[in-house]
Design a protein around this ligand. Structure first.
Ligand SMILES: [Fe+2]
Ligand SMILES: [Fe+2]
Length: 525
């Protein structure tokens, strides 16, 4: 089957969703800011090139903000709560900023004796700039690099390098001022602050705050134009925004990502997710490489191999919703923290579901990456019949790779010890033996099986045919969808029937259902 190219904007929406989670913004914040900023651009009469830059700045402003989050968390505790507090204040106002920092440190050291807390506050205030400037510089640089890897222009990348700069020069890290701060940056900062302020205190207060900050954080002329048109720009600011709206807003050209560009974009997202904490660096890439090799070894169809690789790159994107301070904890998590952590596959699925093309199949795998055959995984506690071969490989590869990486509460296992651990999970009925052996063989561990075969020794083409007829397609329709002759499809059907020991389409459908072979197809429908 050929892979349809996807709109790059679809990809940007996934990134926008993920960064909204990571920065404590409200649902669809970046998408809604894109709508508001593009309306503003229309009113202001900006040309297509400027509108295009504004569009991208609104969706991607925070894509670099995941870098070095552990340093932010070490200094200020729950970084998502801190970022939420920062959204509403005027960062150029030193007393508001100091108050926010004190609140964060108090949250972080709240249990400490008063004298110790006072010391921590004093130290935090003294070191705030020293800690923040390198981190914010890193955010700018990482945002630019990710933008380059997903193929965005030099102008868009330059804007992303200025995300914290302000009109009055009190921004960070370079303290640019006036028109040295690019117009798309000035517009998007204004639109995003307006939404955050309106969410906190309503439209009227938002207008007053924006007016007060004109000449400070915002260019006076832009602030005045915004306030004069606040109703038409922001009247529906809290309504959800759908995918079609964002796609339609993109000024031409509507770039498509071909297969190769898509692969690179997925790897860029993998790196973005993993660079949040030092112990996850390279995690998603490594899981993707294992999944790719194991899926080939098991003879999965090429579309499944592509989907599992992409799912592996993005499987932990939902982790961004959970503060780094939780993941960095060396001691046990509270029940509430565990619940939040266990929801990361759900948030991941939601982020990816926005993708066009085959996004739903990828999302379905992400949703299941911590599920186990005996129902002991999370977060939906599904069992084996809901887990396709691809889902089983992803679960095995993820468990193996995680075991050989260090975590704050345990050291890294050797490859042999990690292999023993996931083989134990097979014996306990939690992980699929075929998937585990395929992963281990691909990781250079001696395989305990001659070959970790696909179900019943089906070829990848037979699995594709089985999936289609299992989903209710006739042999002729399956032939058409796969671009093969009906006679060839018939031959595949006869061969697969005999391999799985059935004689009817219904029997084949049940077989496919029981082995989870229909899950991704169903989710993608
Ligand atoms: Fe993971
Ligand atoms: Fe995970």
């Amino acid at each position: 089957m050929t892979t349809p190219a996807i709109r790059r904007s679809d990809f940007l929406m996934t990134l926008a969703y993920a960064t909204d989670l990571a920065t404590g913004h409200s649902r669809d914040f970046a998408l809604r800011s894109c709508v508001v900023a593009m309306r503003f651009a229309e009113i202001a009469g900006y040309d297509r090139t400027t509108r295009r830059q504004i569009y991208h700045q609104a969706l991607l402003r925070y894509i670099g903000c995941n870098a070095d989050t552990h340093l932010l968390a070490a200094a200020f505790g729950d970084e998502i709560a801190l970022r939420r507090d920062l959204q509403r204040i005027d960062i150029g106002n030193r007393s508001e900023l100091a108050e926010t920092i004190v609140r964060a440190i108090t949250r972080r050291f709240g249990d400490a004796p008063p004298a110790e807390l006072a010391k921590a506050v004093e130290r935090g205030l003294a070191e705030a700039m020293q800690v923040s400037v390198p981190i914010l510089s890193g955010h700018c640089e990482v945002a630019q690099r990710i933008a380059e890897r997903i193929g965005l222009s030099a102008e868009i990348r330059e804007n992303l390098g200025q995300l914290y700069e302000r009109w009055d020069g009190h921004g960070l890290p370079r303290g640019l001022s006036g028109e040295a701060v690019k117009l798309p940056v000035r517009v998007v900062t204004l639109a995003q602050d307006a939404i955050a302020l309106a969410e906190a205190d309503g439209l009227q207060t938002m207008k007053e705050m924006i007016a007060r900050r004109g000449g400070g954080g915002y260019e006076p002329e832009l602030a005045n134009l915004f306030i004069a048109n606040a109703q038409s720009l922001m009247g529906d600011f809290d309504r959800p925004v759908d995918r079609q709206t964002i796609l339609a807003l993109e000024p031409e050209p509507h770039d498509l990502l071909d297969e190769r560009a898509c692969e690179e974009a997925y790897l860029a997202v993998a790196d973005m997710i993993d660079m949040r904490m030092p112990f996850t660096f390279g995690h998603s890439r490594a899981v993707a490489a294992l999944c790719d090799a194991a899926a080939r070894r098991m003879g999965l169809p090429s579309a499944d191999i592509r989907d599992i690789r992409r799912a592996a790159c993005t499987h932990d994107i939902g982790e961004l919703a959970v503060p780094v301070s939780t993941w960095m904890r060396a001691g046990p998590l509270t029940e509430r923290e565990t619940d939040a952590a266990h929801l990361h596959p759900y948030y991941g699925e939601r982020a990816l579901a926005a993708l066009g093309g085959d996004g739903k199949a990828v999302a379905a795998l992400v949703l299941r990456h911590h599920e186990r055959i005996d129902g002991s995984g999370y977060h939906r506690y599904v069992r084996g019949n809901d887990l396709s071969p691809a889902a089983r490989i992803l679960a095995a590869a993820e468990a193996f790779q995680t075991a050989r990486e260090a975590r704050p509460y345990r050291p890294a296992s050797s490859d042999a010890a990690a292999a023993a651990k996931i083989r134990a999970a097979v014996r306990e009925g939690r992980l699929c033996p075929d998937a585990v052996e395929a992963v281990l063989a691909c990781a250079g561990q001696a395989s305990r099986r001659a070959s970790a075969a696909s179900p019943a020794g089906l070829t990848s083409r037979e699995i594709e045919v089985l999936r289609l007829i299992g989903a209710g397609h006739t042999a002729k329709e399956a032939a058409g969808l796969l671009g093969i002759a009906p006679k060839t499809a018939d031959n595949h059907i006869q061969s697969l029937y005999s391999k799985i020991g059935v004689t009817t389409r219904a029997g084949a459908a049940l077989y496919a259902l029981e082995r989870g072979l229909l899950q991704e197809a169903k989710s993608a429908a």
